[in-house]
Design a protein around this ligand. Sequence first.
Ligand code: ARG
Length: 475
Amino acid sequence: MAQLWGGRFQGEISELAWKFNASIYFDKRLIAQDVCGSKAHVKMLAKQGIITQKESKQIAEGLDSILQDVLDGKLEITDKYEDIHSFLESNLIDRIGDVGKKMHTGRSRNDQVALDMRLYIREEVRNTADLLYNMLKTLNKLMSENIHTYMPGFTHLQKAQPVTLAHHLGAYFEMFKRDSRRLENIYMLMNFCPLGSGALAGTTYPLDREFVAQQLDFFGPTKNSMDSVSDRDYLIEYLSALSIIMMHLSRFSEEVIIWNSNEYGFVTIDDAYSTGSSIMPQKKNPDIAELVRGKTGRVYGALNSLLVTMKGIPLAYDKDMQEDKEVSFDAIDTTKNCLILFTDMLSTMKFNKETMENSAIRGFTDATDAADYLVNKGVPFRDAHGIIGRLVLYCIDKEVGISDLELDELKKFSDKFDKDVYDAISLKTCVEKRLTVGAPGPEAMKNEIKGNVEFLDLFWTKTHSPLYPDCQDED
Ligand code: ARG
């Protein structure tokens, strides 16, 4: 055991307590952020004359060499250390001697870990945004290819009115677009640097917090040191954003599963994203979509877990907060994998356009337009609704569609029917006459797709601007 404390202890910690307390098993993921933050800290200490420039340089080089060795597999992060902070400090002292002992001047692990997590999450916010960008791009491409691919639109999972595939996918575009904006908001709120807050009450050293914040591409330092070491709001917001992304992916998965069923046959999932059965040779299952739907629960779980963890913690730092990491890391990995896989599955999926169109023709998706036809001929809407309702019942009995009936038969229900009805209720007319903003008509869709392209261009520029900086040393 190599801990950073011990002076005031006489006995040894129990082995079980040591393991229970340690976070090295999971916070080793923060090594790059810890190095990055520590380098900014010692650079500032030197600038303020608290340590010398030479010492600062020695510490920075020592840290870099430890990180490199870990990355190269030459140095193992073992559970001999309590956490990643202890691992780095102990190894630094081993490498550069007593100078290494100066690194932690004017710093506590409380503000250190608060910084590490912010740096880590900030990067993940951007990574998530990049994955959303790929998803949005895939969706918009499919939209532009399917402006005239007719399919039934559903309410209550019953056929309702005809739409197009472009329109249906456009709904998901909007959802993921909102998700990307949520990430942007999170970034704007969280991008402040907690380092320099000490354990809870700042320090008596003349630290330059603005300088550290600037070096690490933050907008500035956080305001209140007690809040700084105990704030996990940004993480809760991020987990909430991830939960909403998963909710969207899960709804989409559910649709893909339905569309892929034998009964629907709207889509064929590529072999690369489906699996078979050990007993039933004919099976080709949509496991990826099912797993995405299934994994949504664990991301919600992470959000709930952190909300519950935080609700009873008195100011400032308490060890409960260490519980923020495992659930968050799992939720981040899960959501990112789901986004990648779902986007890949979507871009390789085959849409069976004829089946979709035939499905839209059957099932009376033209009934509303038939009623609107009568309204245009002077029948009040409520009466038209009743007439078409009776007509549908008649058709169900005869096992035909409205447009299969001869004009004479139609006239038995209303003398307003004329031969132009067939064109008025054709699938093409039903869709193409819907031209209001947000509707499936081709002109409306083309405008939507154009707007999407503009959004994507702006989104790309923004997420790749200094607003979303990498965790890099400015040298
Ligand atoms: N492993 C701890 C965490 O993740 C680091 C902070 C420890 N601070 C302390 N006072 N023990 O929260």
